[in-house]
Design a protein around this ligand. Sequence first.
Ligand SMILES: Cc1cc2nc3c(=O)[nH]c(=O)nc-3n(C[C@H](O)[C@H](O)[C@H](O)COP(=O)(O)OP(=O)(O)OC[C@H]3O[C@@H](n4cnc5c(N)ncnc54)[C@H](O)[C@@H]3O)c2cc1C
Length: 493
Amino acid sequence: MAEPVDHDVVVVGGGPVGLMTACELALAGVRVAVVERRTEVDPTIKAIGLHIPSVEAFQRRGLLPALLDAQRRQAQELLAALPRRADLARVPVSSDIAGHFAGLTVPRSLVDYADPDFGAAWSRDMMPVSQQALEAILSERAAALGAELRQGAEMVKFADDGDGVDVELDSGERWRCAWLVGADGGRSAVRRGAGFDFPGTDPEITGHQAVVEFADPEVLTPGWNRTGNGVYVYTPLPGRILTVEMDGPPPDRTAPVTLAELQDSVRRVSGTGVTITKVRSATRFTDHARQASTYVRGRVVLAGDAAHVHSPFGGQGLNLGLGDALNLGWKLAATVRGWAPAGLLDTYTRERHPVGAWVLDWTRAQIALMRLDPLTESLRRIVGDLIATPSGATYTAKQLSGVLQKYDLPGDHPLVGCSAPDPGGHVAEALQSGKAVVTGPAGAGAARADRLVHVESDRPMLVRPDGYVAWAAEDPGDTAGLEEALRRWLGGS
Ligand SMILES: Cc1cc2nc3c(=O)[nH]c(=O)nc-3n(C[C@H](O)[C@H](O)[C@H](O)COP(=O)(O)OP(=O)(O)OC[C@H]3O[C@@H](n4cnc5c(N)ncnc54)[C@H](O)[C@@H]3O)c2cc1C
């Protein structure tokens, strides 16, 4: 007989991805604990916004009002912190930017937002919400749903014996769980401990991102600057500086970033003698690009940065990790609760690995375009020209916003594998239950009421709990293939 468990799932890492995974599991009635070594919020500026699939995911869990609230608060804080008028006058204001690729601007005025790929999207734009605000929202929700959040606790050891996983915390406490999720970031101890392969490419840059006060900010040029020594991006509000130097990775990635190190980097890249008087937060990054070949090994599962690392260019990492959490949550919950059809958990790697591989490509290509040699200059001019065409701008904006994200699922209908179109918001409302949704005439799928919610509609679809279409038909009366899809994704009735 299997040993009893203390928790169905233990999630190592209470960053955004660990928290989102815990929310999804708890919503599905799974007993989940999150172990997070930090006791305080990490103030470093990292992700600053959510792409369309992430915003849709929040909407489908009833968290859109919380996001909008956070966005409003952030805007108010920014206004309250407005610095000297002189700085304000130097803030480059342009509404004609839909994003950038390696610093090459995507002109918003050229993007065709009538393109059908944008059609189903909730919004066209990134929603500006800080990673810290997001973590606060998710942490509150995870606790409200009954997840146990253990802050100030470090996972130091674990062993998977095939029937379950024994986990040891730095306090000496031991837990047994059925599944262990490693959402413990890029240097994941779970990934290493479980022996996951992590192939990829070595870093060639050293990047810094910080919020600082300068004694003489006027010597810097706001916006994206490419110099003979690298790249620097200066945003006077809120004093954000990013530098990239192309001469190899830092000698020690774990050492704290000092004021002197930052100042030297800004001086070298900008070619100025600028002086930093105060560092509010700072981080160092590289373009190390690696991805686990599988995301599930035995009873150990990876999500977020633990499964893939890459440079932050393109603002994809957090959004990618949230997508992992959404895809994984209901599948792992179904496995724990015993109704998962055979092979359901395998579809997690199958669906998410290609999305991660694309992000690695997208970020590597940007590093390649940031190199400082004359050949790269020529390539930049050509790529820049392409991006500044209507089709180039539309392609790049679609990639940046995530609307092209689609899973390769069985089924012929063009909607299968896409995020569910939901003009009236009824599907999103039904998805708040964490269950799958079947739309169409009443009665469809009634036998699986514990896993499935019905929404009256003349567009027949089966929408998985993560919001992706698993089956669809044109004719409201057509249910051919529905039972097979229900069995494939939700198991027998
Ligand atoms: C400079 C920079 C800018 C970025 N900008 C963007 C952006 O614009 N858009 C975007 O989408 N992404 C961006 N990212 C990426 C984004 O920040 C990450 O992808 C995101 O933080 C990943 O979340 P995570 O939960 O997987 O990992 P993390 O946020 O790293 O969380 C992992 C957590 O695990 C905890 N932990 C680790 N080991 C243990 C252990 N043994 N026991 C207990 N706890 C442990 C850590 O304390 C940490 O809190 C940026 C990253 C950087 C560095």
